[in-house]
Design a protein around this ligand. Structure first.
Ligand code: SF4
Ligand code: SF4
Length: 80
């Protein structure tokens, strides 16, 4: 999964781009629900939130490191 850092400026452009509806406005900055983020595996070649974020504040989450295979499994579960 990816994570949004505190550099987020709450611009809201990432939320509608997420194919898994993993992004939502948190108390102070936008947040990614790790169980729903496939790093866009299954949907796109690149993470769509990273593509649009104007301040590049969406790195890989070191607490949720996943292989391509694990991300694809998550994608299959989410899409049924
Ligand atoms: Fe959503 Fe893809 Fe960003 Fe994960 S990487 S939060 S699935 S847009
Ligand atoms: Fe925050 Fe980047 Fe999403 Fe804008 S695109 S809300 S700056 S994470």
């Amino acid at each position: 999964a990816l994570i949004i850092t505190d550099e987020c400026i709450n611009c809201d452009v990432c939320e509608p781009e997420c194919p898994n509806e993993a992004i939502s406005p948190g108390d102070e900055i936008y947040e990614i629900e790790p169980s729903k983020c496939t790093e866009c595996v299954g949907h796109y070649d690149t993470p769509q939130c990273v593509e649009v974020c104007p301040v590049d504040c969406i790195p890989k989450d070191p607490d949720h490191v996943e292989s391509e295979g694990q991300l694809m499994e998550k994608y299959k579960k989410l899409t049924g």
